[in-house]
Design a protein around this ligand. Structure first.
Ligand code: SF4
Ligand code: ZN
Length: 341
């Protein structure tokens, strides 16, 4: 059995990339040092913040809530609250929500729950069904991601949050990096950094990823140590996503060549630097959606576009005519895409 590289006690974790092994106590120290270093390096938080932790009830976001909640006890200017978006995924989300409730109530953490059904009008399960009936080409994760990001920003702002912290770990980030390389979407790659989003739109809340340099394996161990994870985790839609295959591929790569995930992260950072030097991504203007008024990368936000395609949102001829030209064209195109094939 491996021994802790620091104290010689039995190790619970061996980092194959560095060769270091840690017992439980020294793993927690290593984990905390690593996350705090990332937070400092990328200047994620100031001395006075209302940090809204975006929580799904899964191991990464629960670990992040646990970590920041504990850290905030030592930072007088911080307030940490939790925001859970309930997409409405039967047989999955009910379970992780129970875990979330247990934790916030035991720790006296203020929270808000926002549901797809209440805000969008339908659960994700219903939306996926509607999309299929209309012959739309999107995977469930597309609807889920677009509506979740939309609600996250809106609800965090309404809660008075100054910054939103998400539980994305290193594995998530390098998976998204490869997905965007395959999609040849370099503007999205520029936005994959640990602190995202232009801050000049008054309705936009800054997003940070404190686990940016932490492996999924490490957040899992942190969650297990603190009783935040019991093995049940998989969303039923996950195997349908491209991410699912990419994740498998990167894990195999890491198995054969330890440290590959860190190399991919460094590659992403180099790519972001080069892209910025060439002005890629910077030309992207932040609009205010002409329908809902939320910040958006386009004259009509992706959430409103999807609602139009799904037939959830209907606009009168008069309203469409009154929109600025670019926005009107986008609305008309979305309606056409949504017309039953
Ligand atoms: Fe949403 Fe896809 Fe994640 Fe499931 S796997 S919670 S559908 S993004
Ligand atoms: Zn909109």
């Amino acid at each position: 059995m491996a021994k802790c590289s620091i104290c010689g006690r039995p190790a619970i974790y061996v980092s194959r990339a560095s060769g270091l092994a840690f017992c439980e106590k020294h793993f927690l120290e290593y984990f905390s040092r690593k996350v705090r270093r990332t937070m400092r390096k990328y200047r994620m938080f100031g001395p006075r913040e209302h940090i809204v932790v975006a929580v799904s009830g899964g191991k990464d976001s629960m670990s992040l809530l646990h970590f920041l909640h504990n850290l905030s006890k030592r930072v007088p200017g911080w307030r940490v609250t939790a925001l859970l978006i309930d997409e409405g995924i039967k047989g999955y989300r009910e379970y992780t929500i129970k875990r979330f409730f247990r934790f916030v109530e035991e720790n006296n953490i203020d929270y808000k729950i926002v549901g797809f059904r209440e805000e969008i009008g339908y659960t994700l399960d219903e939306i996926v069904k509607m999309g299929r009936e209309r012959g739309l080409p999107y995977l469930p994760c597309t609807y889920c991601g677009v509506f979740r990001r939309y609600l996250l920003n809106k609800a965090a702002r309404e809660m008075g949050g100054t910054v939103v912290a998400t539980g994305h770990n290193l594995d998530d980030i390098v998976q998204t990096y490869l997905m965007n390389i395959i999609g040849n979407d370099w503007a999205k790659i520029v936005r994959l950094g640990p602190v995202s989003g232009p801050s000049h739109h008054p309705k936009f809340v800054r997003k940070v990823k404190p686990f940016y340099e932490v492996l999924e394996k490490e957040t899992t161990i942190y969650a297990i140590i603190h009783g935040l994870y019991d093995g049940f985790e998989e969303c039923p839609y996950a195997p349908l996503s491209i991410r699912w295959n990419i994740r498998k591929m990167i894990n195999q790569l890491e198995e054969r060549s330890p440290g590959a995930k860190y190399s991919l992260l460094r590659s992403l950072e180099t790519a972001i630097d080069i892209l910025r030097k060439h002005g890629i991504g910077e030309e992207e203007q932040l609009y205010t959606c002409a329908i809902c008024g939320e910040p958006s990368a386009h004259p009509i936000c992706r959430a409103c576009q999807l609602k139009l395609e799904l037939g959830i949102l209907r606009l009168s001829e008069e309203r469409i005519r009154s929109l600025p030209e670019k926005a009107r064209r986008m609305v008309e195109a979305a309606i056409r895409r949504g017309e039953k094939r």
